[in-house]
Design a protein around this ligand. Structure first.
Ligand SMILES: Nc1ncnc2c1ncn2[C@@H]1O[C@H](COP(=O)(O)OP(=O)(O)OP(=O)(O)O)[C@@H](O)[C@H]1O
Ligand SMILES: [Mg+2]
Length: 378
């Protein structure tokens, strides 16, 4: 299957005022398959918008190759640079910029009108798309007199009405509050299932990335560090930066002591731990690695409820306890280390100073780097 969007070895440098150069994209390689939504996730300034703008043709990379639907739209080696309006894409920007003095219907119909489609046909189709984004009946409202969330939906309808094969979303939901954002996200997925476009979707919100992406590309300083499914990014991050960007985690330096079919034993500052090993990993006895466990995979029991000796279980004392609604967040002092632990749901409310037993569940302890460097490129 040919990728709907192919980005190969794309780099882009800017020259700042004063002459310093900034490498906004650093040899990025990425493929978006048919009907796939790939999320670009990374902190402010890491190059997400520059990458989208390069695909759209609004920015010319210094080097690399970009194909859309099999057609080469940019190739530095062959001097190909197809202008934006000849690329089969549509981009939805962070600021949705509807024309306030036009009705929603006219705003949404606009991309069809500029293609020469008759007013009646364009308006009828615009109303279908307004229906699709949950704004049925609001077509005659002026864009300047609807709520932010409604304007965002109308902008989405305007983006999709031209039926582009590829849609580029640059933080499309950043202007609405968290509740509306999660609702619009679900609607976007429903619409995507119905229309089946391919998309690149930029966000710096990891929750949004997990909710929207078939795959997530985590970016840092212009480079794509890992591209993988949300589950793999969260459960099996390639390195510490990726692990920390998508959630909280406890990290421990470890030395591999024993390896067998099901896992390995490592020694750490918390003592010896049994760790799961993936079939594609083959750690070597004696090597130094880093292991990681997320706070929700650690279990906490008051010492008085101690079960008989359990594997991966160490005694400690709670030094911080924060009630956070759906979970309680604890920090536990264990042999001089601080272990972050989340007790979900109806977990017991434990107080600071309580002596506890901490169980680091071996099937959820992950080796994240060391001698392995297991990359997961497509
Ligand atoms: N026209 C420009 N001239 C000079 N530097 C630029 C230009 N556009 C972007 N940059 C720089 O390139 C880097 C990447 O910018 P970009 O806008 O792609 O980041 P981003 O990941 O989209 O960030 P944000 O999440 O804040 O939108 C930044 O350091 C930025 O300052
Ligand atoms: Mg940006």
């Amino acid at each position: 299957m040919t990728a709907k969007v192919a980005i190969e070895g794309v780099s882009k440098e800017f020259v700042r005022e004063g002459g310093a150069t900034v490498r906004a994209i650093d040899k990025a390689t990425l493929f978006v398959n048919e009907k796939e939504i790939v999320v670009l996730l990374g902190p402010s300034g890491c190059g997400k918008s520059t990458l989208l703008r390069s695909i759209a043709g609004l920015e010319a990379p210094n080097s690399g190759l970009i194909r859309i639907g099999g057609e080469t739209v940019f190739d530095s080696a062959r001097n190909i640079d197809i202008p934006p309006y000849d690329r089969d894409i549509n981009m939805m920007f962070q600021s949705y910029a509807l024309w306030p003095h036009m009705t929603l219907e006219a705003n949404v119909a606009y991309p069809l009108r500029v293609r020469g489609i008759s007013k009646r046909t364009a308006q009828a189709e615009a109303n279908d798309y307004l229906e699709l984004v949950g704004l049925g009946g609001l077509g005659r409202q002026y864009a300047g007199s609807v709520s932010g969330g409604q304007a965002q939906r109308a902008a989405l309808a305007r983006t999709l009405i031209a039926k582009p094969a590829v849609v580029l979303f640059d933080e499309p939901l950043s202007n609405v509050d968290a509740k509306v954002r999660s609702r619009l996200r679900r609607e976007l997925l429903r619409i995507h299932a119905e229309l089946g476009f391919s998309a690149l979707y930029v966000t710096h919100d990891q929750i949004e990335a997990m909710g929207v992406g078939s795959r997530i590309a985590v970016m840092r300083a212009g480079r794509i560090l890992q591209i993988d499914t949300p589950e793999a990014i969260y459960e099996q991050p390639d390195d510490r930066y990726v692990a920390e960007f998508v959630g909280e985690a406890n990290f421990l330096d470890a030395v591999v002591r024993r390896v067998d079919d099901v896992g390995m034993r490592v020694s750490t500052s918390l003592g010896d731990l049994d760790v799961r090993v993936e079939p594609d990993e083959s750690p070597t006895v004696g090597t130094e690695v880093v292991v990681m466990i997320r706070p929700e995979y650690c279990e906490l029991r008051p010492l008085r409820d101690s079960k008989s000796p359990q594997p991966n279980t160490i005694q400690g004392v709670i030094s911080s306890a924060v009630y956070a609604g759906s979970r309680s967040e604890y920090i536990c002092e264990v042999r001089g280390e601080q272990v972050h632990i989340w007790a979900l749901g109806m977990g017991r409310r434990l107080t600071v100073g309580t002596e506890v037993e901490v169980e680091l569940r071996g099937e959820f302890i992950r080796m994240i780097h060391g001698s392995l460097g297991v990359g997961r490129q497509p």
